[in-house]
Design a protein around this ligand. Sequence first.
Ligand SMILES: [Zn+2]
Ligand SMILES: [Zn+2]
Length: 706
Amino acid sequence: MYIKSYEIALTRFHILIIRNNRHHLSYTYRYYHQNITVYYCGHEHNVVSLAPDKIYSIMIKITLPDGSIKEFEKGTTPIMVAKSISEGLARNVISAKFNKTTVETVTPLETDGSLILYTWNDKEGKTAFWHSTSHIVAQAIEELYPGVKLTIGPAIDNGFYYDVELPNGSISDNDFPAIEKRALEIARGKHDYKLRDVSKADALKFYKDQGNEYKVELIENLEDGTITFCDHDTFTDLCRGGHIPNTGIVKAIKILSVAGAYWRGNENNAQLTRVYGISFPKQKELTEYLELLEEAKKRDHRKLGKELELFTFSQKVGQGLPLWLPKGAALRERLEQFLKKAQKKAGYEMVITPHIGQKELYVTSGHYEKYGADSFQPIHTPKEGEEFLLKPMNCPHHCEIYNAKPFSYRELPKRFAEFGTVYRYEQSGELHGLTRVRGFTQDDAHIFCTPDQLDEEFKNVIDLSLYVLSSLGFDNFTAQVSVRDLDNPDKYIGSVENWEKAEQAIINAANEKGLDYVIESGEAAFYGPKLDFMVKDALGRQWQLGTIQVDYNLPERFDLTYKGSDNELHRPVMIHRAPFGSMERFIALLLEHTGGNFPLWLTPEQVIILPVSEKHEKYAKKVLKSLENNEIRALIDSRNETIGKKIREAEMSKIPFMLIVGESDEAANTISVRKHGGEDLGAISVTTFTDLVNKEINSTLKSFKE
Ligand SMILES: [Zn+2]
Ligand SMILES: [Zn+2]
C-alpha cells in the first residue's frame, strides 16, 4: 500500500518527505547520514533530516514518450503515473524505464525525468516478465533440489534461463513437469517483487551462510551501496531489478530444455546446469508458442541444410567453419552473381584482397586495440618475425586500395566491392549452424565519397538493399536508424557538423524511400550512424541482415584524402554496406524463412523429370536437353523405382516442378507437370512449360533499376 507523501517541516529550513516504502527511506538515509527522530501518523520513525541548505521541491516533472510533461508529487511511482493516464494502462504496465534506466514499477521517482511504461507487448515488458519468472523458477528449483546453488537468471530473446549448480544428479526432461507445477503454484500466490538495499557485508554473509560461492563472487565485484536483493514469497535473490509488479501476472510457465554451461562462460570454470524456460500472461499464448516451436524445428536451417545437401560441418576441419556442398555452393554462387550484376549497374567495382593482413594494419585501423584480445591470435612467420592476423573485416584492406592512388573530387565516389571471407573467434558454446560461425563471407563494399555525396549514396544503397530483400521474398522487414546519444557526445569521434549531416542524410534517405523505420538513439557506432535491416526467423527472433554504416574514423586513421575543387586535400567519408550481411547468415535465414522452398530463380534444381519406366528414359533425356537449352536447371530420376516413390522423394527435396513422362506424353510430345505441394498442371508442351517457368522467375526477379 502506498501512503501519500508527507512533508514535515522540522525547522524553518528542513523539509522531509516520508513514505511507507522501505526502499525509499533507506535510500534517503544512506544519502544524508544524519539521524533525527520525527513523528509520522502518530508513530515514531527513525528517519533522516536534510541539511539546512537542502530544501527540496516536492513536485517533479515527468516527460512521457509522446513529449507531454506532467507534474507529480516526488515519490510517485511508474504505476501511479500509469494510473493517472488510465486504469487500463495501469493494469497492463509491467515494467518501466526512468531516465534510460530500468526501474521497478513501484520505484519512487525522485527527480524530473523521462518515463517510459512498458506492457507485455513491448520487448522491455517481455524482458521484465521473463526475468521475473526466472526468480519463480529458481524458487521452485531451490525447493525441489535442496542444496542447489543459484547463479544467474537473465531474460533472453525468447524466455529466460537460470544457471544452477546441482548438489548431485541432474535435471532431465522428466523433471520438467514437477518444476513447472511448483513454479505455477508460486506464481498463483500473487507475491509482490520487493527490491531492497542491502549492505555488501550483509549480502556476503547471506550467501556465505548458504555456501554459494557464485553469488559471493558476484557480490565481491559490486560496490557497497549499489547492492539490492529482490524478495518474493519466501525467496530472496541478488538482483539489480527490472521486475513485474507481482508473480500472479505469470499464468503459464514452460521449462523448455537443459544444457551445460560454464560459470561466466569460461571453460576453466565449474560446469553448471542451464535451465531454459519461457512464460506467458495467458495459457493460450504458451500453446501458440509451442506450436510455433514445432514449426520452427521443421524449418531449422541446420536440419534443412542437411536434407537439401547444402552445407555441412566437420569436426576435423574445425568448429564453426562451414563446408559448402555442391548444391549449396551453386546456390551461393547464384546469389553472388545476382548481387554482382546489380552492383555493376550501381557503379561498384570488384576488388580482391587476401585472407590475412599484417598486425600493423589492424593497429592502424584500431581494431587490434578493441578486439585483438578476443580474436584469433596472430600468425607468426617462421623466420622474419612478421605477425599476421586472419582478416576479421575487409575495411582496412579496402582503405589501402583507396590509398593506392590519389583521387580528385571529380572521381568520387569510389565504390569497392568484394565477397570477402573474414574470420572471427566465437566461443564454441556460442556457435550455431550458419548464423554464428567462425569464418564467413561478407557481401562487402566500401564507398568513399565527399560529404556532399553522402545523401545520394545512401539512397542508392537503400535502393540496392530493398532490391535484394524483395527479390528474395523478404517482405516483412524493419529498418533501424542508429544515431548518437546526445547526452554523451564524448563517446563519438568526428565533428558535430559531420554527424548532423550524416544522421540527416540517413533519415532523409529513409523517408524518401518510404522505409518503415525506428530511430534508436545511442545505438550508433562510435565512428558513425547506421541503418540496419532486420528480419525475423521462423521463431520470430529478430536478426540483422543488411547494414549501411557511415564512418568518419577509418578515413582519418588511414589518412585518406581527395583533392577538392579548391585544390586542397580533404577527407572522404566512408560507407560500409552489405545488403546480405553475410552469405552464411543470409542463407540460414532464407532457409528458415522459406522452409527450404527457395524462390524459383535461386533454388538448386528447378525441375525433376520422372520417367514412368525405363522405356521413357530416352524421351526424358530429350526433354532435359531442351530445358537446359533454355537455362532451366533440371535432372532426371532414372532409378528403377515406382513413380509414386519418385514423386514422394521429389517432394521431400522441395524441387518446384516434377515432369512426369510416360506413354501418352511421349506419343503427344508433352510432359505432365506437377508442382511441389501437389498441384497438377496437366499435360503441356515443353515450350509452354518453359514460358511458364520464365514468367514465374520474372515475377520475382526483376533486374536492378529496370
Ligand atoms: Zn531479478
Ligand atoms: Zn567495412
